[in-house]
Design a protein. Structure first.
Length: 267
């Protein structure tokens, strides 16, 4: 049986638990303001992290598993997991959501297809919602907007590319990813997700990261045993931690309780 077809969406109890997880009591009816509130809350409470790869845990691209990881296990994830789970929350709240594939830029060149998963949310106009890219927009972006879009994290631009309806998303003038506007199923991201979690060429298998937006618009990141605090103005402070202090930092800054530090997988 196809698990995605059998899955029927969030129960009322799970939706309430998810909203409690991100600290939103009542998001109200679907609206641009409500979407912005939900995205910001998600970014401030659910970390971008790749710890499963380094803990020997499987990354299961099924909606119920992704939601359980975020809500029940109080964990985060990377793009496929975070935006996959967020899509389920939004749908349960009445939003119309499509999964979009993106190619992440490495310098001036985009990476492979399905390199990233982002969300299109259709209200009176289409919006780009993304809680799974690390440092990116704090608020949703207008997909049809062609001018500069000011955001607490920077100035964003969405511009057409090529003859197939693709869109380039830029942050402070630098290209971040190229969006394919066709809707996809979560399963379509499976092969690239497998590569990201298993290939020695994937940056996710090379090192650990755990990062969270702070309420003042800065960011706290634990990279290996380096604790990095980035201020809203770009100021940066780093601290090298002991293993014991790193375990404590996971609990203190990200709400993640581990009994051992993640270690690089055998790839």
């Amino acid at each position: 049986m196809d698990h995605e077809q059998a899955y029927e969406g969030l129960t009322t109890a799970t939706r309430a638990a998810y909203l409690d997880r991100i600290g939103v009591a009542d998001p109200g009816a679907p609206s641009a303001g409500g979407l912005a509130r939900l995205q910001r809350a998600h970014l401030r409470t659910v970390p971008f992290e790749n710890l499963s790869i380094h803990l020997g845990e499987p990354v299961v691209l099924e909606p119920a598993a992704l939601v359980a990881k975020v809500v029940d296990r109080r964990r985060g994830g990377f793009c496929y997991e975070l935006n996959g789970a967020f899509a389920e929350l939004l749908r349960s709240l009445g939003y119309r959501v499509s999964l979009l594939a993106a190619r992440v830029f490495q310098g001036e060149r985009p990476g492979p297809p399905f390199d990233h998963l982002a969300l299109r949310v259709d209200l009176d106009e289409p919006w780009l919602a993304d809680v799974g890219f690390g440092r990116f927009s704090e608020l949703p972006l207008r997909l049809d907007g062609r001018g500069e879009q000011a955001d607490p994290q920077g100035v964003f631009t969405v511009r057409p590319y090529g003859e197939h309806g693709e869109l380039d998303v830029l942050m402070d003038g630098a290209p971040q990813y190229r969006l394919d506007q066709r809707p996809y199923r979560l399963a379509d991201f499976g092969p690239t997700c497998w590569w990201q979690t298993s290939s020695p060429q994937s940056h996710f298998t090379r090192s650990t990261t755990c990062s969270l937006l702070t309420p003042d618009g800065g960011r706290t990141t634990l990279s290996g045993t380096r604790l990095i605090r980035t201020a809203p103005d770009g100021g940066r402070a780093e601290e090298q931690l002991t293993d014991a202090a790193a375990l404590s930092a996971y609990r203190e800054h990200f709400g993640i309780a581990l009994d051992r530090l993640p270690s690089p997988p055998s790839v």
